[in-house]
Write a protein that binds this ligand. Structure first.
Ligand code: ZN
Length: 362
């Protein structure tokens, strides 16, 4: 195998804990005096003054931009235009997925680094170099990649604990799949988003992610229901944002995420959050891999204990017809990650696996 290299990529710093937001100024100061902060109006209203004071205390003069709406190329260009030709020292995205992706998009275009500050834990994108780009009709048109992973990821667990539990629940759903996707990728000929075969490290992290979720995610959701930070929440947030992100970027995606290509078009189910799509997708992947029913039933019980979707109905698609399931399977086949499975799969195989899960979970 001489000449065949493999890549491991990760953020330079990951900082997590209660009031981690207060580390932002110190981290950003290493890059120069004029960062740009991108956040939506809701976040700026709640914590804009705190963030600005923190940055100014670190000797910085931030430019603060409000971002709302979809991540499109014109929207990124509009953010850059509002900087009037000044290239900021670093881009800081604060909020849910859109503000972080806007900061990443701006950073990619200007050739600067990015710091992500997620205020919810609904998926692992804060850790990743990926940017989901959309058109004006809210249809995803590409997944662009930063040249460098985020410089820092800052996760304030007090903010995560204060957010609605549905977000952390979705983040858990998005993270459960990573072990199964990465292991299949390694077993076959799969490649990671870095374009190489996985190193063992990525698979080990995805496996640890799953074990942490099995041990701590139920208690973590309970502590978010109470609005409290706990050890279980800290462990689960680490699994959802850091381990899951490192696991997929260094381990690869496959069928669980490919199924989201079908679900985002499916009647009713299209409105469900990404992490619920992926949670259901894990079950279909296990069925497609031909795992024993006992293993599937165990995973269905785990999902139920967390209120994660086990049926199309729970995703919002009542009484799915055979034709509708066939459509989901066909749309799934358009995903590039499907070739990361260690076996070839057809739309008919995917549909059979969906029917099998529907029967078992009914
Ligand atoms: Zn995902």
């Amino acid at each position: 195998m001489t000449g065949v290299f493999r890549i491991f990529g990760a953020p330079h710093r990951y900082i997590q804990g209660p009031d981690a937001l207060d580390a932002l100024g110190r981290v950003a100061a290493a890059f120069g005096p004029s960062p740009v902060v991108i956040a939506d109006a809701f976040i700026l209203e709640r914590m804009g003054a705190r963030v600005e004071a923190n940055l100014r205390d670190a000797g910085l003069t931030p430019v603060i931009l409000t971002f709302g709406g979809e991540i499109t190329y014109p929207a990124i260009d509009a953010l850059i235009t509002s900087l009037c030709g000044v290239v900021p020292a670093i881009a800081i995205g604060i909020g849910g997925g859109k503000s972080l992706d806007a900061a990443k998009g701006l950073a990619l275009k200007l050739g600067i680094d990015v710091i992500t500050v997620p205020t919810i834990a609904s998926n692992d994108s804060p850790t990743s170099a990926s940017i989901a780009m959309y058109d004006d009709q809210h249809v995803m048109i590409s997944v662009d990649r930063l040249k460098r992973s985020p410089e820092a990821v800052i996760v304030d667990t007090k903010l995560i604990a204060a957010a609605p539990a549905l977000f952390l629940r979705a983040g858990i759903g998005d993270a459960i799949s990573k072990k199964f996707e990465a292991e299949g990728c390694l077993a076959g000929h799969g490649i990671t988003p870095f374009g190489t075969r996985p190193l063992i490290t990525g698979i080990a992290i995805a496996d640890a992610c799953y074990r942490v979720l099995r041990a701590h995610s139920a208690a973590a959701l309970q502590s978010v229901e109470r609005g409290e930070v706990s050890d279980a929440l800290e462990a689960t947030v680490e699994a959802v944002i850091l381990m899951s992100g490192l696991g997929f970027e260094n381990g690869g995606l496959s069928l669980s995420h490919s199924l989201t290509r079908g679900l985002v078009k499916a009647r009713g189910a299209k409105s469900a959050i990404h992490g619920q799509h992926v949670a259901w997708g894990v079950l279909v992947q296990l069925a497609a891999e031909g795992r024993p029913d006992a293993e599937l039933v165990d995973m269905i019980a785990f999902h139920r204990s967390l209120d994660l979707a086990t049926t199309l109905q729970q995703l919002g698609m009542d009484n799915a017809t055979d034709a509708e399931i066939a459509d989901i399977a066909e749309w799934t086949m358009t995903a590039p990650h499907l070739k990361n499975l260690p076996f070839t799969i057809t739309a008919a195989d995917v549909a059979l696996a969906i029917h099998h899960v529907e029967r078992l979970a009914a």
